[in-house]
Design a binder for this molecule. Structure first.
Ligand SMILES: [Zn+2]
Length: 412
């Protein structure tokens, strides 16, 4: 978490040393900052090296974890009595010295779920800049002190990952690190969530009618570009005019038929320039709506024999070697990849589709992913995607993300 905070600040490149014993000043010399997040034995070579490092003008941050040790270095502005852990509770932190560079521009305080080591105290040379009230006593939780030519910060907060998730504490960790390393603070007071430069994308995810692993939804985690992605069923979603409400509809449902209202709303949505991504068993959708399979998707899993064409077949746990078939935004950063997934074969397939991914697996149709047959509609169909082996595959995740972005009109 500490490394993530440093990286997100954009100010640091960092490494982690999990076995610091035996470190020398030479080991530390390439760095501007050391964060001590463990016990350093008093008088050990490492403790002496850290002291010499800071004294020479570098920075040091001593964390909550380091304060649990009975051997907090003498140059830390905070120490602790040691002993058992306190239960986590809601603590009201007071940022007392708002003029200090680490706290400048931050609110006067914040409430956070955390726990402190027993008996935290400030050393004589320490400048305490944040405190909290515990049993009627002001306990120091953030303090700074000079050491030689260097700067030391001790942060008593940060007991677990939830505490370290609090935006105010993350800002303090990043700003304290920058201050210790350089004497100045440029990291903004509260981390603003990264917003995309253009309007956030609104998607609608359709599921239902076919069981699937819950891990499917993990495909859409971590998309900063998507502002809203509600989940609905075909039975209720298509009752409404969807133009203006969504940029893209992602189908992972199995819906045999659609009423006239539903058909009209889907037609209007596509004709207004919005996109559709059809995933895996959604290729079974709307079996008797020919316009849908012939003009929009360009493919359909045949549930039964149709004239001279036999029904489509399905086979799980196939070793599929997928190859990109053209250069396209949906294939950005996709190289040939191997995936264990369910294969569909003998689908109805329009001769006008534009293949994206192909395979020579004999239990599968050649086309694994394609662009729909009509230039008028932004439609991507992806045959892959039965279960976890697909949802967790980095190439499949990238493929679905690229498809959503392209269908929504965000890439060319
Ligand atoms: Zn399946």
């Amino acid at each position: 978490v500490l490394k993530q905070i440093l990286t997100e600040s954009g100010k640091f490149r960092s490494g982690i040393c999990e076995a610091p014993n035996g470190s020398s000043l030479l080991t530390l010399s390439p760095f501007d900052l050391v964060i001590v997040d463990t016990a350093l034995a008093t008088g050990s070579d490492t403790e002496k090296a850290v002291a010499a490092f800071v004294a020479a003008g570098k920075g040091l941050v001593v964390t909550h974890t380091a304060l649990y040790s009975s051997q907090v270095p003498s140059y830390s502005p905070l120490g602790a009595a040691g002993g058992s852990e306190q239960p986590v509770g809601f603590l009201d932190v007071k940022l007392a010295r708002s003029s200090h560079p680490i706290l400048r521009g931050m609110p006067g305080g914040f409430r956070t779920p955390d726990s402190l080591p027993q008996g935290v105290f400030a050393r004589r040379e320490a400048d305490v800049i944040a405190t909290l009230e515990l049993s009627g006593r002001a306990v120091p939780v953030l303090a700074v002190s000079p050491y030689g030519k260097g700067r030391v910060v001790a942060v008593a907060l940060g007991h677990d990952a939830s505490a370290m998730h609090e935006p105010q504490l993350r800002a303090i960790m990043a700003r304290a690190s920058e201050w210790a390393a350089s004497g100045a603070v440029t990291v903004p007071p509260a981390r603003e969530p990264a917003l995309p430069s253009d309007r956030p994308l609104k998607g609608l995810l359709i599921t239902g009618g076919h069981d699937h692993d819950a891990a499917f939804y993990s495909l859409f985690s971590g998309y900063s570009e998507i502002e809203r992605l509600p989940v609905d069923t075909a039975a209720s979603a298509y009752k409404n005019d969807l133009r203006g409400r969504y940029d893209v509809i992602i189908m992972y449902d199995f819906t045999r038929d659609l009423d006239e209202t539903g058909k009209k709303n889907l037609v209007d949505f596509l004709q207004s320039g919005k996109g559709v991504v059809v995933l895996h068993h959604a290729l079974l959708n709307f079996q008797s709506w020919n316009w849908w399979s012939e003009e929009v998707v360009g493919g359909r899993y045949r549930l039964r024999k149709e004239g001279a064409s036999s029904a489509s077949t399905v086979k799980d746990n196939q070793q599929i070697y997928a190859n990109p078939a053209r250069s396209h935004a949906v294939l950005a950063r996709i190289n040939p990849f191997h995936i264990t997934d369910e294969a569909y074969k003998n689908l109805f397939m329009s001769p006008r589709i534009r293949p994206l991914l192909v395979t020579d697996n004999p239990t599968s149709d050649t086309n694994l992913a394609w662009i729909g047959p009509s230039d008028r509609y932004r439609v991507v169909a992806i045959q892959l995607g039965h279960g976890r082996s697909a949802f967790e595959h980095p190439a499949y995740r990238t493929l679905v993300r690229n498809a959503v972005m392209w269908a929504a009109g965000r890439t060319d």
